[in-house]
Design a protein around this ligand. Structure first.
Ligand SMILES: [Zn+2]
Length: 332
């Protein structure tokens, strides 16, 4: 079942010790097997000459391309972030290279990339890119999206306000200010996500699905929330369940986790039993909440379908994974 969980099929070895060496990173910049995946503010690029089969744009020899096509200061270190080495492909290094840091126009970026590879190029937001690639590649694109977003939002030191610079192949940044020199590291925001279930004696088990104020009216999903500073995951689960639907938690079982690159969360999924079934919703967060049996949920529509029928979350989400897992356990 866990094989179905999107963004968890990582085929790259992160080489977290090797990547600390600037020399090792630079050797990989010029290796002929190294792959550079261009990204522009969350958009990836696809060759579109063949309409039925769009291919993700990956560049080799980026050092040469960089020198001859882009008039920018600095070196690849400032824009290319090492993701890992491909275990199944000559152990070749993969970098994501963020062109938006020196090319402010997406149209201009497409024009330059098209002229480099002499093919038509189109850009696609990360959200839509993942449906055109394998699940292994989607995990890599998610990783690249999260890491490049962190760099975009960390160009200045949060302590003194000076510029920062990328280090360790893009896995840290250091403040330029001699008197500060703070190091910062990519952040991940933990989110607890809960499938809440309740079973009355002699009746079918029910799970709680809620409509969220920020989602389409007909979409029902599980509930979730960010972990507070100073809070354990278990405490966050108990607090969120009580705050959002007024239910008291009786038992918590860990299910699975999923990196969620929108832009940099880690979803941590729990199956939660509650002591009672009287729902009191927090109407600032939720528009509705209801108890559903497995049979009822199975009849709901797919995410994104036309019409007003109740829908369940998209297949890539851990929310959907948790709902499907629960249906499997509770279908009579
Ligand atoms: Zn600083």
């Amino acid at each position: 079942m866990k094989d179905k969980l999107f963004f968890t099929h990582m085929m790259l070895n992160r080489e977290s010790n090797q990547r600390k060496s600037e020399k090792w990173i630079h050797k990989n910049h010029t290796d002929e097997n190294t792959v550079f995946i261009p990204i522009w503010n969350g958009n990836y690029f696809f060759t579109s000459s063949n309409v039925s089969k769009k291919c993700l744009l990956e560049l080799s020899n980026a050092t040469d391309i960089f020198k001859s096509n882009f008039q920018v200061e600095g070196c690849l270190d400032d824009y290319a972030y090492f993701l890992g080495c491909d275990i199944e492909n000559n152990n070749s290094a993969t970098f994501v290279i963020d062109l938006s840091l020196f090319l402010p126009s997406l149209e201009k970026t497409i024009e330059i990339l098209s002229s480099i590879i002499k093919e038509n190029i189109e850009s696609l937001d990360f959200r839509y890119s993942i449906s055109l690639v394998s699940k292994e590649k989607a995990s890599v694109l998610g990783y690249g999206r999260s890491l490049s977003h962190w760099h975009q939002s960390s160009q200045y030191c949060g302590f003194c306000g000076n510029k920062t610079t990328s280090k360790e192949g893009g896995h840290s940044r250091k403040c330029f200010n001699e008197n500060c020199q703070k190091m910062i590291f990519p952040r991940t925001d933990p989110v607890v996500i809960m499938l809440v279930e309740y079973q009355q004696k002699g009746q079918a088990a029910k799970c709680l699905l809620a409509g969220h104020n920020r989602s389409p009216d007909n979409l029902l999903s599980v509930i979730a929330g960010f972990v507070d500073p100073g809070e354990s995951l278990e405490q966050a689960v108990v607090r969120e369940v009580y705050e959002e639907v007024g239910l008291s938690v009786e038992k918590i079982d860990y299910m699975a986790s999923q990196p969620w690159p929108f832009p940099g969360s880690l979803m941590i999924g729990f199956r939660v039993k509650v002591k009672n079934n009287t729902i009191i919703i927090d109407d600032e967060e939720l528009s509705s909440a209801r108890w559903c049996t497995a049979n009822e949920i199975s009849a709901f529509a797919e995410w994104g379908e036309d019409g007003d029928d109740i829908q369940i979350p998209r297949k890539e989400s851990i929310a959907r994974y948790m709902i499907d897992d629960w249906i499997e356990r509770n279908t009579l």
